[in-house]
Design a protein around this ligand. Sequence first.
Ligand code: SF4
Length: 204
Amino acid sequence: MSEKKMSVTVLLPAGRLPLEIMGRIHGFAMKYDLGVYCSTAQNLRLLEVPESKVQEIKDDLTPLGADFKGPGKFPLPRVCVGSPHCNLALIDMVPLNSAVMARFGDRKNVKAKLKIALSACPLCCSGVKTTDIGVVATKNGFELFVGGKGGPFPKIGRRMLREATEEEILAAIGVLVDFHDLKTVTKQRMYKLLDDPAFPFTEV
Ligand code: SF4
């Protein structure tokens, strides 16, 4: 009987792939004839991994700082390339992504279907307006959008903050994730909570 094949998804903070991890993944892909898929969530999914090799790959990549997709983890934001790599960027979004993960990354048992996106200008390349929680850099601080989603029935998020500071954005993300947790059994998109009478923000 042929061995069961699995996927291993390597999380890539701010969509950046460290060269050392890239090199190891290349080595495993050649050694075990794996496919490598760049997901729309900006992660790297190794395809067709023999079940018996999953732990070997994780054990090899973990000391390099790699983390892996798994249930209950705080959602790693999808992040546009930003400054200095895009002419339209107003800021570098890596520091805000790092700040989000530093504050919330250790949370466990985060209810599923919650996504976050960050964009460094109002063009919203990372899909902030079609993501549960979206943050956009503008010339006058950050804007926060909540309740967007993609899929077969897309929804545009509602703007809940304007001209916000980084600290105000971080605080708002904490409030939103707590509210989502309070109101969700196992999984739920944020748009379903927008009309809850206790929803902690109003549209601006
Ligand atoms: S959202 Fe703006 S800054 Fe980010 S990649 Fe798109 S155009 Fe560039």
